[in-house]
Every structure is written in C-alpha cells, then in structure tokens.
Write a protein that binds this ligand. Sequence first.
Ligand code: ACM
Ligand code: ZN
Length: 728
Amino acid sequence: MKRLLLAIAVIFAVACSKTTSNQTNEVAIIPQPLSLSQHNNTFTITPNSVLVCNTNELTPIVGYVQEYLAVKGAVESAPSENFISLALDKSLAEEEYHLAVSNKSVQIVAGGYGGAFNGVQTLFQLLPSEVYTKQMRLPAVVQGCDVKDKPKFAYRGFMLDVARTFMEKENVLRYIDYIAYHKINKFHWHLTDNQGWRIEIKSHPRLAKEGGFRGGDSSIRASYGKWNEKYGGFYTQEEIKEVVAYAAVRNIEVIPEIDLPGHSEALARIYPEVLCRYTNDELDVNGNYDNRNVVCATKESNYKLLEEILAEVCALFPSKHFHIGGDEVNMSQWKKCPDCSAWLKKHGYTDGYKLEDMFISRIQAILAKYGKEPSVWNEAAFGGGLSKEALVHGWKSPKVCKQVMAAGYRTIFMPQQFFYFDMRQSKHEPGAVWGGCFDIRKTYSFDFVKEGFTPEEIATVEGFEAPYWSEAFLSQGGDKSIDFIEYQTFPRICALAELGWGKNGGGEWAEFQHRLASRHYDRMSDMGLNFRVTPPEVHYEEGQLSIEKIDSSEVYYREDGCKKVHRYKGVISTTQPGKYLFWSEYRGHKSPEVAHPSQYHTIKPKMTLTSSLPENPKRGFATVAERDARTLRTCHKGDWILFEFEEPVECRKAEFFTGGYAVASRTIQVGYLEISEDGKNFERVADLEYGVATLVNPKPFKAARIVSETTAVGSSINIGYPKIYPKW
Ligand code: ACM
Ligand code: ZN
C-alpha cells in the first residue's frame, strides 16, 4: 500500500512539475556519455533517501550534492536500499565514472574526484530539470540507465575576459556553476588587458586600484560608457582564492592569464617605464594620450617588476598552467625602440617574433621558479624558445592549430570561426563581427577530419576552449549585459562540451539538436540561464510564406511595426513576405526574430554628410555610402553630424549610427537626433543608445542631425550611412 501511495505521489509530482516543458522519460544527456543503456528500473529519491560516501576525498561533492538534493547523510556504509552512493575505484581514470540506477539505489563509482563530479552531473540530467533550481520537490524519479563514461579530451575550457568589462565575483561564480553543469573543467580567467587590470597585486597596489578603473580621473581612458564616468573594478586576492576554491569543488581548474608583452596598456598607464625607450609620435589629436601597449623586451627592470607581479599571482592559483598571453604584439613599438632594435640587430634578426620568443623564454624561466608552465596564444609558439610542456591556445584558425602541432605543442583548439562566442550568431543579431558569424550548429560541426587533421595529430590535441571576449559586452545594454553573455554562450557551449567529450552521439546535428531541445532547454531554463533558442527557418515560394520549426518551441509572429503577437498556425499567403517577423519561444525564452530577406532591404537616397568634426581624408564623408566615414578626433560637447537629403525621405524606419557594437569606442555615447522637414528647423526626436538613434514611422524628413552631449577622449568617430528601410 505504501508503495502504491508512493507511486501515485511520484506520478502526480511528475505530472505537475511542468506544464510547458518537453519532459519525457527519454534519457538525453549533454555531453553524450561514452556508453549508456537505458532500462525501465527507475529509482525514486525521497526525503528518506540516504547519501553514502566512504571516502574523505569526495567530501566536497557530498556537500555539493546536498545543495541540490534534500537527502539524508552522508553515511559511510550503504543501507539495503534507498540510497545514492559515491565511491572511488582507482583502476578507472581520474575523470571516468560508472553510474548504475536500480530500483534500490543510484551508485556512482569513479576513478577520482573529477569522475565522481561528472557522475553527479549525469545523475542531475537523469532527474527532472527542476533539480537545478535547488528546490526540487521530492519524491523525484531518476530515469533508469547504466552509464560507463569518460571524456575524450582532458581540457574542456571556457575563457572569460573580465579585463574589457569587469564582472562582479558573484557573476564569475555563477558562470562556474553553469559550465560545471556541462562537465567543462577549465576556467581560463583573462585578468588583464589594455582596458583594465583586475587582480590585486599587494606589492604593486596601484595596478588594480588605479588600473582596474577607467574613465573620469583614471589614468586609463574610457573605451565605452560616458567617458567622464569612472567605472570598473578588480578582485582582491581573497576573492580570487574564493573563486579558485569554489571552482575546485566543481572539478574546475582556474588558469589565470596576465596578457604579456602586448595587450599591456593598463600596466603601462600605471608604470609608463615598462614601455620602450622612444617618444611616442602617435599621440592622438585630442591630447597626449599614449596608447602604447607593449612591454619593452630588453629592459632588465621589466623582468624584475614582472617577477614581483607574477610571483604573487602564481601563489593564488594551484594550477600548474599559467597563461602569459603572447598574442597580437605590436612589433612596431619594439622596432622603434633603440634597445629592442639593437637586440634584434645584434642577433642578426629582423623578425620581431624572435624578440617575443626571448621575452617568453624569460617569463617562462620566472614561472618555472614558482612551479608553473606557460600557456600562450598561438603567436608565441613558433620561436623555438617555448617549452614543449607549454599549452598553446590555437585561436586564429584550424590551419594555425595545425602549425602549432607541427611545432610540437599540445594544442587547445579554439579557432575563432567556431568558438569565439562574442561573435554574433546570425546576421541581424548583436555581437562582434570580426571573427565570423555562427550559431551552435557551426560550433557543433567542427570536425578534425573535415579540417584535414590526421589521427596522429588528433592524438596530440589537449582539448577545446571557447572564450567570451567582452569588448562588445557593455555596448549591449547596461544591467542586462550579463544576460547577453549567457545568450552568446548558451547553448553554443553545449556543442563545445560535446566536442570535448568525444561526440559520442555520433556527430549528427539532428540527434544533438533533439537532445538539446527535448531536455536541455528545460535544464537551462531551470539553471536560470538566458539562453538562445534556435529560431525557426523562413521559406517563401509563389506567394506562400511558411516556417520550418527547428525544435518543439512554439512559433509566433508579428507584422513589422506592430506589437500584436500571433501564434503561427500555418502558411501565410502574401506578396510582402518581409513584413512578417517570426520567432520561437520556449518557457519565456525567445529566439531572435527572423524574417524573409526583404525585411532587411534598405535604400540609399542621395545625401550629403557634413560635421563639426574634422573629416579623416582616408575615410572621407563623400564616400560614406560605400563604407563608414571616419573623423579625425572624438566628439566634444555640441559637436554635430548632419545628413542632408536631396528629396524628403519617406520610410518606415531609419537608424542613424556612429561606431557600432564592435567599435563602441568610436561612438558618440551621449547625444540625440533631430530631424527637419524643411532642412532648416529641427526637432529633437530620439536619443542615441550605444551610438545609434532609431526612428520608427517618422514623418518625411529632409535632414537629420546627431548632436553630441558629451566630450570624449578617444581618437575618432565612425559614421555610417543611415540604414533607411522603405515603406511597405
Ligand atoms: C586573441 O583573440 N587575441 C587571442
Ligand atoms: Zn624596447
């Protein structure tokens, strides 16, 4: 009778747990385990279920599990039934585990801490997605299966750039949770760059206290924001230790990066003496801002300073890896330096990379004193001085990754064309543009064989990583910006997790997409993630507009310019296919809007551009219709940009923009747009938001003028031809 009541309670709980979700009892794990067999024996977790663990090594995991599951324990020996056990079997590999579900128990046996943690994550994915809310109601049913699993690649990483945009410690911890749910085991923390120094260095406190902030009276100029406002932040050493410990519980190794010898403007603003010994003749026209960013490689005092800094950083991170950058060094700064150029000459070199190699070798020797091995970006892998123990992050392209392997290094795969999650996911979505435009399907499609790698080469791959570079981050919208990183990262990182695990699902997109949409959308919802739902596809033929659904989300649409939402029920007959905007929605998560290409058609009426800002002759105003125009300085308060049209413009929408998402530093940050019907009298109609002013259904206008209300301290403003959308 008790069992019958329990069974009824379970059925009731499962039936009530979701109304809109896709949950079935089909097992769908991401990343797909190496071997999984589903059976019909389910285990029911009740408040009386007991957690069993007989080794102190796994104690942190016991605490972790109990944050999510309100079960008893932990006890050392298993009762006869109704228990979840964690145990070690050292004959398995460290990250390997076996998980067995019976009607009496769930037993996880692992090679080490990492394996036990991986087993727990698989257990979570066998439960209702509510488990991620940490408030799952019991009883809860574990779907029956036996799993034997281990990752193919040792390194499955995510990189967060907190230098371009500072992120509070709490947000970093949140990210660590999100990636841990996906069995990502490395967190690469990009702590310094031109735009900020984010880690407290006790022997050199100015680095973080001043270098962690920009704008206002900071010695680092604003890149985004309102120019005169000071903003930023840094992590104290205590906070760093807290993040490292939090990550360790979650089987995540934190690898710090201090980006050297380039990308070092923040360091150089605090200690200008690290720069090369010559007078900078590239001061910008607004003043004397020195934006050199390369540490002089031949100044002995630099190595002393860097050792003092690096020694402190080494002590905070238990990882044996330490990322020292090495990317995008502006060699012209070394070539202008009498000392650096003399060094090259003395050694018979003309190639600045030889000097970079010497620099990297020196830093490598410093790290060795503190028990660390360097990790570098791919540019630093070809000089010959880098230790063969180093990890090389291949970011440029698969081809460059191949060259890194040929040079004898273990490689972290992260070609920008597949893995740079700051890139936009489709043509009409926000995001950076310089490295490509791709969604999860492209990330998932990465294939060593298709990219021309041999089995011998694949055997030297250490793993995969995706970075989130945060230049195009604040520009997406104030407090909402952290949601934007989630949107850019999830679900693309689910594809990375699958690749890192070995694509045991076979690599078919449709199969992966099914696992994602049938179960993982629910999980990401309950994790609290602002993930991107894959949009539907739009088809148009012979007056018939139709939608192809990618998943089980509901599809909705609206007509351009209207807010009224319709549910898509079937083919729409129309001669104006671009007028309809469609999207998918799943539990409140909305895909981007998609439309027939004619939605995005713009017109370029004849127009002249003038400005109080001086014109850059290399990017003249007269050719703005072909490419963005550029000014010779950034704006002062009261500066204006005037667009005068030959004929009054009639349109349904117009966007006037300076800069753009990816070049936030070239925008007018605070200002407004005025339009004029007669070309003489102007009326203020819109404010600039992140450099863009948008008009919807404006009256016909002969002229439009952007007026700056702020004074900036950069080098130039970009001006685009306005995007003018014709009336339907
Ligand atoms: C990089 O994207 N500069 C590593
Ligand atoms: Zn120099």
